[in-house]
Design a protein around this ligand. Structure first.
Ligand SMILES: [Zn+2]
Length: 475
């Protein structure tokens, strides 16, 4: 039994025997004997939504943090009795949540935000995005874009993001510098792109990238073949093989549009999911983004291979790609996370909005308002995303032994008043702007909305300067 527990038990006995004076004396003696453990940080007084296995909520609660990890989650008085924190974050009036996990994005595409909207995916990609990328993607663009994306993610409570883009080593450096956790995939694509003339070059670049970052504490390097319809069989198989060789994740867009289904039928005489299964692509470290046009059999295939799926309701609605069968995925036990997709098809990286839209879209699509509850939507953005990325032992909930990735969220806005149910408020009325504190790996990246790891003004100025070049390129 710990000293602190003895003290608490002693206090209880005091009440039982009503020997107040003797009891208090015993308590003070025990209290004096119990040395407090020094820790780096305590977040105390807020409503702690743990997202642990029992979905425990402590109101009020406190989180003891030391080094990179959560040490203990308990009522504030229990944490205060046991620990001496060097820094304390007062979270009274706020909700403390696990950091949000964006399972699908293309961080530098914030530079194409609002450049071309209101188009079908094929036109949008082939007439605007691919040409703009051909002229403007460079290490500098990726660096500047990722810093802007990192600023937006930190300010809106995202602590982990899964990314697929070019010059992924620049994204890794920028994300690491900003203190964000990332599963970052180097793109493999059949046609010549800014960082590789051929898929073979892309694969070689991906391998160097994996070797450089495989032991990084925040960056998980990954291989990202763009999609079934933009890669031939050989590059898809080689991408999966490279992932297996190093035991790193493999990220791909899958079954995003009906057009993709048609192409898979023509080339493989199969569905997109079955086509990738036929070449041995799927495995427990693979993550498919979208997964909209899937049959029940495809869902069973994804479950059998333990594939994670990133659901992107806003991008899917904006590009009218279709509606992922979220309820079927959850019923089948598929590891389902939530993503924003790139900012050019969303047009922001706010995971609170993604939660809300995921809930609304599932309800509308099934004509059933109980289809995806606020609780289920929050699960997707936290522990669900961690499972989809195969990282649930490290992140996705606030629990002792897991990495200290968490956020505090203000509940004081008019639109959040009155507060009956914090889960309802988080999903249905809260916005990224309400986040006050963002912490990753025990490090505070933002406190009281002041970002510590990026110079906000410089990031915005650099992005606007680069936007002038993007504008010229597509003129
Ligand atoms: Zn995407």
């Amino acid at each position: 039994m710990m000293e602190g527990e003895k003290a608490v038990q002693s206090a209880r006995m005091t009440k039982l025997c009503a020997c107040a004076a003797i009891g208090l004396a015993a308590l003070s003696v025990l209290g004096a004997q119990a040395p407090k453990r020094a820790i780096a940080l305590a977040v105390t007084g807020g409503t702690v939504v743990t997202e642990n296995a029992t979905r425990q909520i402590l109101s009020p609660g406190a989180v003891a943090i030391d080094g990179t990890d959560v040490v203990e989650v308990a009522p504030p008085e229990a944490i205060a009795a046991k620990y001496q924190a060097r820094e304390t974050i007062d979270a009274r009036g706020q909700v403390v949540l696990p950091g949000l996990i964006n399972t699908h994005t293309h961080a530098p595409m914030v530079m194409y935000r609002g450049l071309a909207d209101d188009l079908a995916l094929r036109d949008w990609l082939q007439k605007y995005i691919f040409p703009a990328e051909a002229k403007t993607v460079s290490p500098e663009m990726v660096r500047v874009g990722t810093r802007l994306a990192a600023l937006e993610m930190i300010e809106s409570g995202t602590t982990t993001f899964a990314d697929m883009y070019y010059f992924e080593e620049e994204i890794a450096r920028a994300a690491f510098g900003a203190g964000l956790r990332g599963v970052l995939g180097q793109t493999i694509i059949q046609f010549p792109v800014a960082d590789a003339k051929t898929p073979a070059e892309g694969l070689a670049r991906a391998e160097r990238f994996i070797q450089e970052f495989k032991d990084n504490g925040l960056v998980v390097p990954a291989v990202a073949p763009h999609a079934l319809y933009t890669n031939d069989k050989a590059s898809l198989a080689a991408s999966a093989e490279l992932g297996r060789k190093y035991g790193v994740p493999v990220l791909i867009h899958i079954a995003e549009t009906e057009d993709e289904v048609r192409v898979a039928r023509e080339q493989y005489n199969m569905s997109p999911v079955a086509a990738l299964e036929s070449i041995g692509f799927w495995g427990p470290k693979t993550l498919g983004a979208h997964g909209i046009w899937v049959s029940d059999e495809d869902i069973a295939t994804l479950k059998r291979h333990d594939v994670g799926i990133a659901h992107n309701p806003e991008s899917n609605m904006k590009l009218a790609s279709g509606t992922a069968p979220v309820v079927k995925y959850l019923a089948a036990g598929v590891a389902l996370g939530l993503g924003t997709d790139g900012a050019a098809s969303n047009n922001d990286l706010d995971m609170f909005e993604a939660m809300r839209q995921a809930a609304f879209l599932a309800k509308l699509a099934t004509k059933d308002p109980t289809a995806l509850s606020a609780r289920a939507a929050l699960d997707l953005a936290t522990i669900g995303g961690a499972r989809a990325l195969g990282m649930e032992r490290l992140i996705g909930s606030i629990e002792a032994g897991k990495r200290a990735d968490l956020i505090t969220v203000s509940m004081a806005a008019a639109r959040q008043t009155p507060l009956y149910d914090p889960i309802s408020q988080i999903v249905y009325t809260t916005r990224g702007d309400d986040v006050r504190t963002t912490m990753v790996n025990g490090k505070v990246l933002m406190k009281d909305r002041q970002v510590r790891t990026l110079n906000r003004a410089t990031v915005i100025v650099d992005a606007n300067a680069l936007a002038a070049k993007v504008r010229d390129a597509v003129r």
